[in-house]
Design a protein around this ligand. Structure first.
Ligand code: IPM
Ligand code: MG
Length: 361
């Protein structure tokens, strides 16, 4: 089993190092190879996604990704900015299905800005379409073509677009996920989030999701406008089971959902293609403001490694061992600063990684 390790920028290197430690402690036969990506790759190779990094990712069974981005690259022309690395990997590898679970650990119920009763027991799954929508629409550009920034431009535009097959395949992923979760005790509901009251693209989305839903009579389907969904997520988050939505709305709603769990530092994610090859990364970004201080929370990345073992490497027992170990360290009261509260023990990034390794048993 070959894993491409792409740590990236900011806290990326620190958190990925902890996840590697945990993977190595499992004693599986994993080959890991590291390559630069994002701003780091721009520095070393002059491009955020060098050909060699892309090739390594293509050849791997799975990719463990840290984070990319730093404000210092904001003045670069768009094609050279760190974010293009992750967008390029998604597109080149066809990673269209993005799983962003939001699970509230009972031990962290007080770390959320929401009332404990609203989020206690929360377990929802946001499925974000990842290779279409306004992120990848054509045409894309500005009226007065100047690379870099806008001086002198009169207008800028991006195009929102979805094709039927793109919507169908992500809808199937959502209904199947709801079915799997139902077998494990969830409600068996898909909420499709759109903006059909204003946008043609999302009327089409809604129609196609409804059609696909007809082949899943065991799963309830409801539709919600994105503005209402943003409100319901903080008003009564437990009304959701599986949420499926487009690339742009999913980007926004998944950040919102992450805070229901106490910290964005806890949330893993998986991006899969139709061959179950996947890219696994924490839901959070590169946090350049805290990089190098040893205070970043590595748990989202460690949990992403668990998702990798489950989804792409067919090692569900190893995945469960990691998840159980994370639960254990939280019960031991160990907390990085982002989830710290009075009465718990503040630990560094590395101490948290070590504690998870120890808790693997
Ligand atoms: C995410 C990020 C990315 C996105 C950025 C870094 C391009 O915010 O994965 O949610 O917008 O998809
Ligand atoms: Mg985002």
């Amino acid at each position: 089993m070959k894993i491409a390790i792409l740590p990236g920028d900011g806290i990326g290197t620190e958190i990925v190092a902890e996840a590697i430690k945990v993977l190595q402690a499992l004693d599986l036969s994993l080959t890991m190879e590291t390559a630069p990506v994002g701003g780091a790759a721009y520095e070393s190779h002059g491009h955020p996604l060098p050909e060699s990094t892309l090739q390594l990712a293509k050849d791997a069974d799975a990719i463990l990704f840290g984070a990319v981005g730093d404000w210092k690259y904001d003045t670069l022309e768009r094609s050279l900015r760190p974010e293009q690395a992750i967008l390029g990997l998604r597109k080149h590898l066809g990673l269209f299905a993005n799983f962003r679970p939001a699970i509230c650990y009972e031990q962290l119920v007080n770390a959320s800005s929401l009332k404990p009763e609203l989020i206690s027991g929360l377990d929802i799954l946001i499925i974000r379409e990842l290779t279409g929508d306004i992120y990848f629409g054509q045409p894309r550009g500005r009226r007065t073509a100047t690379d870099g920034h806008f001086p002198g431009a009169e207008e800028a535009f991006d195009t929102m677009r979805y094709s039927r097959p793109e919507i169908e395949r992500i809808a199937h992923v959502a209904f199947q996920a709801a079915r799997t979760r139902k077998a494990a005790g969830s409600e068996g509901r898909v909420t499709s989030v759109d903006k059909a009251n204003v946008l043609e693209t999302f009327q089409f989305w809604k129609d196609v999701v409804t059609e696909v839903g007809q082949s899943y009579p065991d799963i309830a389907l409801d539709h919600m406008y994105v503005d209402n969904a943003a409100m319901q997520l903080v008003k009564q988050p437990k009304r959701f089971d599986v949420v499926v939505t487009g690339n742009m709305f999913g980007d926004i709603l998944s950040d919102e959902a992450s805070m229901l769990t106490g910290s964005i530092g806890m949330l893993p994610s998986a991006s899969l293609n139709s061959r179950n090859q996947g890219l696994y990364e924490p839901s959070h970004g590169s946090a350049p403001d805290i990089a190098g201080q040893g205070i970043a929370n590595p748990l989202a990345t460690i949990l992403s490694a668990a998702m990798m073992l489950r989804f792409s490497l067919q090692q569900p027992e190893a995945a469960a061992r990691i998840e159980k170990a994370v639960d254990t360290v939280l019960s031991q009261g160990l907390r990085t600063p982002d989830i710290y509260s009075a009465g718990t023990t503040k630990v560094s990034t590395r101490e948290m990684g070590d504690a998870v390794v120890k808790a693997l048993g």
